[in-house]
Design a protein around this ligand. Structure first.
Ligand code: CTP
Ligand code: CA
Length: 226
């Protein structure tokens, strides 16, 4: 009985995870996006499913297949990702924001393809909604919010700032300038921070291994609460 419990630490829990990039249209043929492959988020979705959770994966466009048994909601823009998350939020116990949400979108989405008839072109951008911050604002005490911080400098300070500002329970930080931790790689090097100032530093591991550790930490913290 104990062995079963230990292998299914998220049994009975619904886990909502976002992954991949968002894609922000400019005109009918162009968009702004980023280098997120979705690998880290998809690995967490897979490990959470194995740990017994009901998993809903809200995903931006990626080229990798979704894990088996996971409900996938495909989105493109940050605003669509926000709507999908808000629709699933009330029934979720754990919310993980691994998506690389575009911070800005084009103020205007042009109806026709922009023609190259000037030497300079100024595109005005508008800030996207911060999905993690909104979840942090409205979440119930029984819900756990986990975010990511991919940084190129001052990793710990920036990560801790986001943890506080967005009212997250945990943040998973990585220095994307380290070889083996960047975008599109199959490995990652992360540190998990909590609100008590505790940190868990993981060595370079495959993204599946990192995901397994993250799921385990979440499971332990959920059980410590009850
Ligand atoms: N995030 C989000 N919605 C956004 C931007 C970010 O939900 N519009 C989430 C990310 O999914 C991640 C966390 O917030 O879990 C931190 O994202 P990051 O880009 O590192 O932080 P920002 O607040 O956008 O700050 P900056 O890019 O300026 O460092
Ligand atoms: Ca950002």
């Amino acid at each position: 009985y104990f062995a079963y419990e230990a292998s299914k630490p998220l049994a009975g829990k619904k886990l909502l995870i976002t992954a991949g990039p968002t894609v922000e249209p400019i005109d009918p043929v162009r968009y702004m996006s980023n280098h997120s492959s979705g690998k880290m988020g998809y690995a967490i979705a897979e490990q959470a499913k194995k740990a017994g959770a009901e998993v809903v994966l809200v995903s931006g466009p990626v080229t990798i297949p979704p894990p088996k048994g996971v409900k996938v909601i495909e989105v493109k823009q940050a605003t669509e990702m926000m709507d999908a998350v808000m629709n699933e939020l009330a029934t979720s116990d754990i919310i993980i924001k691994s998506a690389a949400v575009a911070d800005y979108r084009s103020k205007v989405v042009f109806d026709e393809k922009i023609k190259k008839n000037s030497e300079e072109l100024i595109l005005e951008l508008k800030k996207n909604p911060d999905i993690a911050a909104e979840v942090g604002r409205v979440k119930r005490p029984d819900q756990m919010l986990i975010g990511f911080a991919a940084e190129t400098e001052q990793v710990e300070q920036y990560a801790k700032g986001k943890l506080e500002r967005k009212n997250m329970d945990l943040i998973i930080a990585n220095d994307v300038t380290k070889p083996g931790a960047g975008f599109g790689t199959d490995t990652n090097i992360v540190t998990i921070y909590d609100r008590d100032g505790d940190k868990i530093e993981l060595p370079q591991l495959s993204k599946q291994e990192v995901a397994r550790h993250i799921v385990q930490v979440i499971g332990e913290r959920l059980h410590a609460r009850t």
